[in-house]
Design a protein around this ligand. Structure first.
Ligand SMILES: [Zn+2]
Length: 261
């Protein structure tokens, strides 16, 4: 929009944002997490990832697709890490209520599209449920996207992790080495792969049988993956791919209409 200096929605005045938004504007809400990520990564890892990648995508594609960034939600549903100091989390009930309240506020703007860009696998199932509740309650079109999927949500994990790099492993550590190398302690990086689970065909991360787990089920480190070979270069590659993906996906979000023509 001409004359609007920013795509961070909350930097605009109320009249300015009302004038800037239309029904096809997409409000992008990054959902992070504050939770233990092992001895080598900061507890804000998922917040930093979701926020940074969403920011990059909105900066690059915002003018073209009418995207607007909302401040991220830092605290979300991390009870799989509740056993550890450094995890600050909301219950499913609280997070559901928070998201529904925020959506009610979004519905007072002219925008009719709300996209969650989610950096934490523990939120994925809840976001799908809430996205439908919000659709029913407010009429908003709602969408849930992931800039970087953990292996238990359909993402990739190098062979050495046996498909189990779901938390603090190669991918996530690499992306953090790219985004915030000052916060990563590679001297603490290790291999934490529960090899005794490799023989399960159905009950596994991303398998046909899901299971309720907490991150200390697999050992005291709370990490599931292998961080030793992580590099900033691999992280830069994955971050770039994630931003490309977000651009493509948000282009569809911006025009998606299920109504028969
Ligand atoms: Zn994480």
């Amino acid at each position: 929009m001409r004359g609007v200096p920013t795509r961070l929605l909350t930097e605009l005045s109320a009249p300015a944002l009302t004038a800037a938004l239309g029904p096809d504007s997409v409000l992008v809400l990054p959902t992070g997490a504050i939770e233990q990520h092992g001895p080598h990564l900061p507890v804000a890892t998922d917040l930093i990832t979701a926020q940074s990648l969403a920011e990059r995508a909105v900066k690059r594609f915002g003018d073209e697709l009418d995207l607007w960034l909302l401040p991220p939600l830092a605290y979300t549903k991390s009870n799989e890490h509740a056993w550890s100091a450094g995890t600050f989390w909301l219950s499913a009930e609280t997070l559901t209520a928070v998201l529904r309240d925020l959506a009610r506020s979004v519905a007072t703007t002219p925008a009719r599209r709300l996209a969650f860009v989610n950096g934490h696998g523990g939120n994925s199932a809840l976001l799908q449920v809430v996205a439908r509740d919000i659709r029913v309650e407010t009429g908003l079109r709602t969408f849930t996207l992931h800039p970087r999927l953990p292996a238990d949500q359909g993402g990739t994990s190098p062979e050495g992790e046996l498909g189990m790099g779901v938390h603090g492993g190669f991918e996530e550590t690499s992306v953090m080495l790219h985004l915030r190398p000052d916060l990563v302690d590679m001297s603490q990086a290790d291999r934490w792969v529960p090899e005794h689970l490799a023989g399960y065909r159905h009950v596994r991360f991303g398998g046909s049988v899901s299971f309720g787990w907490t991150s200390d089920d697999f050992g005291p480190a709370g990490v599931i993956g292998d961080a030793r070979e992580a590099t900033a270069e691999a992280g830069a590659e994955r971050a770039a791919a994630a931003v490309d993906y977000l651009g493509e996906a948000l282009a569809e979000v911006a025009r998606f209409d299920p109504t028969p023509p």
